[in-house]
Structure formats: C-alpha cells, structure tokens
Design a protein around this ligand. Structure first.
Ligand code: SF4
Length: 266
C-alpha cells in the first residue's frame, strides 16, 4: 500500500471504497466519506442542482454550484449564501466574474505576530497611496508579489525603518524587518466581507435554506450513509434521494392534485 501511495502520489488508500476520502465531519472528528454539494432555492427549499465530489474542501465549489444554478434557473444574476468553509479568494473572484453575488463569512486569520498590538489588523491600509501605516507610524511600501498555495499576495515592507525601530522585537522575529501580505484581490474580499456583514438577516437564512433538505433526508428519513460505492454510483444514489426529496417537497407545497396536473402533458 505504501508503494501504491508513493506511485500515485496520494497519502491515503480506502480499502472499503477506493473513491471515498478521509474528511472532517462536523462534531464527529474524521470519517471516510464524500462531499455533497447542493444549491437550494430560497423560496421553496427545492434542490436546484447537486454534485458529489471526493475533495474534502469546499474551496472552489461556490462558483461551480452558483453557475449551475444560474443556468438551470435561467437567470443572469444570482445571490449565493455559503458558510465560511467556502471562503476562498480564487472562488470569490470567479463568483464576481460570473455575476454571482456571494455572501460568505470570513475565515478567522491567524494573528501573524507575537504581540497582539502588532497583529496584521493593526496595520492600516491607505488605498490612495497603496501603502500601509504600521503601529509605529511608519509607512510600508509595496515590494514583490509572493505566491502562497496558488494565491498571489503583494508584500509591503520598509526594512530600513524596521532596523532602528524600538518595537522590532515585539513586531517581528525576522532579522530584516516586518512584511505585511495583502491578497491581490483584497478589494474584492473587502466588498464581500462588507456585504455579508451588512446583510446579517439574509445571511442568517443560509442554514434554513441549504440545511432544509439535509434535515429532511438525513434527520427525518434517516438516510445517513451511502448504500453504494464509487463516485459515479454515489452521485447516482444522491440524485435519486434528491429527486425523491424534490417530489415530496413539491407535493407538500402544491398538493397532490395540482402536482399531478402540472406533470400531465400539455
Ligand atoms: S518593526 Fe517595522 S513594521 Fe514593525 S513597528 Fe517597527 S517600523 Fe513598524
């Protein structure tokens, strides 16, 4: 198995289902499973589209599901609410490019320093000058672009002033001085953060919308694990359970008579 992992450049092998992957499961630690993505409509809580993936992260999925929902609903613009697991600058940029108005809670950032008084949020960005003012009142200027995990950041620093700064020990452990990183799409991220903050009531509906089908399917029907194996089969199995959910939901909303009438050929 070790040889196989080396050869395939993977760090796990699932003997029960080769397509399933180890993932973090809410409140229950880790489990070997799949990641089910759904787009659910706000008004009727119907599942617009779904996809089962075996990538443990939700990063990158918002623009994919948002675009699918737009196409199925035949609309040019759409609002998409998602939890903080979807917060990714790449994906939020994709959403923006595809006219998907994203509402996503911000991921908590690490402090990035020894002393809270010198955490990155204590550095003030000056948009007009494209500079940062540090807690000592010095100006940090843009230097090179750094890529971390495919995300581009602009570096800001001013090593000359750091050298003689009385706060250097508290601010940074770097010999040269302090560097602040700013995502190159930070202006867009700020816009998403502001929009999400200012629309708390709308954002609070996220759980009532997207979790509604899961509450019914998993909580009430007791469908808490897949019966088949393999990504293709699991996708098909999900399609059947979501179809059953949508039919039940439509019957609940319209009633049997109206539902049958609407299904009848014109
Ligand atoms: S070390 Fe540099 S960035 Fe930090 S407070 Fe001093 S001058 Fe500002």
């Amino acid at each position: 198995m070790q040889e196989e992992m080396k050869e395939k450049k993977v760090n796990e092998i699932s003997t029960t289902d080769p397509d399933a992957r180890m993932m973090a499961v809410n409140n229950n630690g880790l489990n070997v499973c799949y990641n089910v993505q759904t787009a659910v409509d706000q008004k009727n809580k119907l599942i617009v589209d779904y996809e089962v993936i075996n990538n443990p992260t939700d990063h990158g999925q918002l623009s994919v599901m948002g675009q699918k929902a737009k196409e199925i609903l035949g609309v040019d613009e759409i609002k998409a609410l998602a939890d903080k697991g979807y917060y990714s600058s790449h994906d939020l940029k994709e959403c923006d490019d595809k006219d998907i108005e994203a509402y996503v809670a911000k991921q908590k950032q690490a402090g990035g320093g020894k002393d809270p008084e010198f955490y990155p949020d204590r550095f003030q960005y000056n948009q007009d000058q494209n500079t940062y003012a540090c807690p000592a009142g010095q100006t940090l200027y843009p230097s090179r672009i750094r890529k971390i995990k495919d995300v581009e950041y602009q570096e800001y620093n001013n090593f000359c002033v750091c050298k003689t700064c009385e706060f250097k020990e508290r601010c940074t452990s770097s010999e040269k001085g302090r560097t602040i990183l700013r995502n190159v799409d930070q202006a867009l991220l700020n816009e998403v953060d502001k929009r999400t903050r200012e629309n708390k009531e709308l954002y609070a509906q996220r759980q009532m919308i997207v979790e509604h089908p899961y509450g019914t399917i998993k909580g009430i029907w007791g469908y808490s694990y897949f019966l088949t194996r393999g990504l293709l089969s699991v996708n098909t199995e999900s399609a059947l359970s979501f179809l059953a959910y949508n039919l039940r939901r439509a019957i609940n909303i319209l009633g049997v008579v109206k539902m049958v009438k609407r299904l009848a050929p014109a």
